[in-house]
Design a protein around this ligand. Structure first.
Ligand SMILES: CC(C)(COP(=O)(O)OP(=O)(O)OC[C@H]1O[C@@H](n2cnc3c(N)ncnc32)[C@H](O)[C@@H]1OP(=O)(O)O)[C@@H](O)C(=O)NCCC(=O)NCCS
Length: 203
């Protein structure tokens, strides 16, 4: 088996398979996934793939972009190794290749967030910085979880809860009761989940 690290945007034959394995792990519309992967370019964000060139199949994917507030810092996301290839060292290999890529691009630091892979990244030298929140938008009623407590809320309430979490200035009277502390809560697919921010300084 011949393994290559490839840029997705110059190897379009792997695009549809990439959509499939990413959507199997993180379900999303095919169009939205395709649209996001097609943004890959040399000037970032870039999707790098590990490909088994012998059998023409994707082993893994990672997306690298610029950190908004620090031009020396890259952001790594959407790291995935296809299910049947996990536990064989490919995840570590792809992360190490990504780090070399970032160094070559002139970055001195990498940040990433994770929900449940802290130990995996810690083994690779990433340190926990803190937890953070993401923006949230939905038109449906959603189930949310805050500090282990589940509740079903209409979307407007969820948006209000998120607005409350991201701003200390109430938008209109009457003032709602203060929300529970959300410092260790982030939001994904209509759910509040804990996301941890980690970083590694490159040599
Ligand atoms: C996380 C993921 C990329 C790891 O890839 P992998 O190929 O299975 O991992 P590797 O075989 O390269 O493991 C490298 C090391 O990390 C360890 N490791 C792997 N998965 C781990 C986990 N979930 N928790 C803790 N350690 C883990 C391995 O034991 C190995 O340790 P070693 O170097 O001491 O032997 C893969 O499991 C995956 O794609 N998961 C689903 C998508 C996902 O969660 N992506 C991360 C989003 S933040």
């Amino acid at each position: 088996m011949e393994i290559d690290l490839l840029k997705l945007h110059t190897n379009n034959e792997y695009l549809n398979e990439c959509v499939a394995i990413l959507n199997e792990e993180w379900p999303r519309s095919e169009t939205a996934r395709l649209h996001s992967l097609q943004k890959s370019c040399d000037n970032l964000p870039i999707s790098l793939i590990l490909a088994d060139s012998t059998h023409k199949r994707v082993i893994g994917h990672v997306r690298i972009s610029r950190e908004h507030f620090d031009h020396k810092c890259a952001f790594i996301e959407t790291l995935l190794i296809r299910k049947e290839m996990r536990g064989k060292g490919f995840g570590k290999y792809l992360m190490e290749k990504s780090e070399r890529f970032c160094e070559q691009m002139g970055f001195t630091k990498i940040k990433l967030t994770t929900i449940d892979k802290i130990d995996f990244y810690a083994r690779l030298g990433y340190k926990v910085i803190n937890n953070r929140c993401e923006n949230f938008a939905t038109t449906k009623s959603e189930t949310i979880e805050i500090n282990g407590v589940h509740a079903s809320l209409p979307a407007s309430n969820v948006s209000q809860a998120v607005n409350s979490a991201s701003s200390s200035i109430p938008l209109s009277p009457p003032m709602p009761p203060p929300p529970p502390p959300l410092s260790n809560v982030s939001i994904k697919s209509g759910k509040f989940t804990t996301k941890t921010l980690m970083e590694k300084t490159l040599k």
